[in-house]
Design a protein around this ligand. Structure first.
Ligand code: ASP
Length: 454
């Protein structure tokens, strides 16, 4: 059995949904189908999820009528797809569902917005199931909450509750026919609708793959492969046929957004391979994400890819004899914790320590408060802030068996005239991270790609 997930661009209009259903029907093992909400399409510049977020804001700011007015555009989008597919009858369920969400309690805005956002995938699943039935399949829409997809009550940022795996297995494994399951949301223990972070339909698919212990989780999107660099940064980067979970995690962390970064965990734990494929080119084998790959055989697969992400700030702290001061690091990190800042890296020297965090956490006076506390409470000799940083990440399981990759990388950056503010190699040796000024980041990626992957 396979779990198969389709992203928003694959469901953007009737043409795309026909392709999707052909793909489903062409393999009888494709029994559990997870769908996103319609995304950007040829004639649709805005994703349904974004339209729903706007409708929710309209209701929150200007009342139910304003929300309902915005919702009519979304309903018309579904109605036009349903007409094209010849399943108009499903609108008798879809249209009232969209409208009813506007009547929900708005006292907790995040909860209300989640209930509205979730309607995109929910009704996309109704639509897809109706069309599969029209094609003669035994397909049915399954509601995530009813199936046992219980999530934490962090609206917009939910996490799976452990009991869900067993419940989903119990409720879904005996079902006949094709299950069409909306991605992106589940239910809290109190019975509320709650969503994962954006892109969360990938997470739903991964959870179902793990709960049902399937052979493979096929994730259809709109690219043939995961590429070893962002095609906007490097011309014709090489495709990655096989990549490990750890490599994929590091690449996603640094800006590869083909696959939602939190969506690896459920499958990683049980070792189910994920196959990233193109719904517009289903004969292409795509990229396989697996527990291990043999990177020792060929020199050229030691490095899987180079990624880069901007928007980081570093806080450099220096104090003479810091290395002897027990508890210094804890006190420093507590200052970040007290402000709710999650940090990314902490490279250290003998008497200095740098904390690197995403800049958006440090806005609205947070950074000023932290630096004031560092100066007054830690008796430091120097504190320096550097913002506008990007992190370039070179990822490859094969690096730990190879001598000289770091030398090649730093030489490439220095030949490109790029100053490295920080180098960090994680203990796992799966990645090497370089902090550079954002103005130099794309040139840095190109230099590293040419030196290590071209
Ligand atoms: N529709 C949601 C989003 O745009 C979830 C998803 O597509 O995975 O983020």
């Amino acid at each position: 059995m396979k779990v198969i997930k389709f992203g928003g661009s694959s469901l953007a209009d009737a043409v795309q949904i026909r392709k999707v259903c052909d793909i489903i029907i062409s393999d009888p093992e494709r029994r559990v189908v997870v769908v996103s909400a319609p995304g950007k399409g040829v004639n649709d510049p805005v994703k349904v999820t974004d339209m729903l977020i706007s409708a929710a804001s309209a209701a929150l700011e200007n009342g139910t009528e304003a929300g309902l007015a915005a919702m009519e555009t979304v309903i018309e989008r579904y109605a036009s797809i349903a007409r094209d597919l010849g399943v108009d009858h499903v609108m008798a369920e879809i249209a009232p569902d969209f409208r009813a969400r506007m009547e929900l309690d708005r006292s907790l805005p995040t909860k209300f917005t989640d209930a509205v956002k979730a309607a995109g995938e929910d009704n996309s699943a109704r639509l897809t199931a109706a069309y599969l039935c029209k094609l003669g399949c035994n397909a049915k829409y399954v509601n995530p909450g009813d199936a046992g997809m219980y999530l934490s009550d962090d609206f917009g940022n939910a996490q799976i509750l452990p009991k869900s795996y067993e419940l989903l297995n119990k409720n879904l494994s005996g079902m006949e026919g094709i299950i069409v399951f909306p991605g992106f949301f589940g239910r809290t223990e109190a019975g509320e609708t709650v969503t994962f972070p954006r892109g969360g339909s990938d997470i739903t698919g991964a959870i179902l793959a793990a709960a049902l212990n399937v052979d493979v989780y096929e994730n259809f999107t709109d690219v043939d492969y995961v590429y070893s660099a962002n095609p906007h940064h490097v011309e014709n980067p090489r495709p990655i046929p096989v990549v490990t979970y750890r490599e994929m995690r590091e690449l996603s962390y640094a800006g590869f957004n083909v696959y939602q970064e939190e969506a690896l965990l459920p499958v990683y734990r049980v070792g189910i391979p994920v196959n990233i494929r193109n719904a517009n080119n289903p004969s292409c084998p795509g990229t396989l994400i697996v527990p291990e790959r043999n990177s020792e055989i060929h020199e050229d697969v030691r490095v899987a890819g180079v990624a880069c992400d901007k928007g980081f700030t570093s806080v450099y702290v220096n104090k003479y004899l810091m290395n002897r001061e027990i508890g210094f690091g804890r006190k420093l990190l507590e200052m970040f914790e007290d402000e709710g800042v999650s940090y990314e890296h902490t490279p250290t020297g003998i008497d200095d320590l740098t904390i690197i965090a995403r800049s958006h956490y440090l806005e609205n006076g947070v950074l000023d408060r932290i630096t004031a506390r560092i100066r007054s409470e830690l008796g430091t000799d120097d504190v320096q802030i550097h913002d506008g940083l990007s992190l370039i990440v070179v990822v490859g399981e094969g690096m730990k068996h190879a001598v000289g990759i770091a030398a090649k990388a730093t030489t490439a950056l220095s030949e490109a005239g790029i100053n490295i503010s920080m180098i960090s190699q994680g203990s796992s040796e799966v990645s090497m991270i370089f902090a550079v000024d954002t103005a130099d980041a794309i040139r840095g990626v190109q230099a590293l790609y040419n030196a290590l992957l071209a």
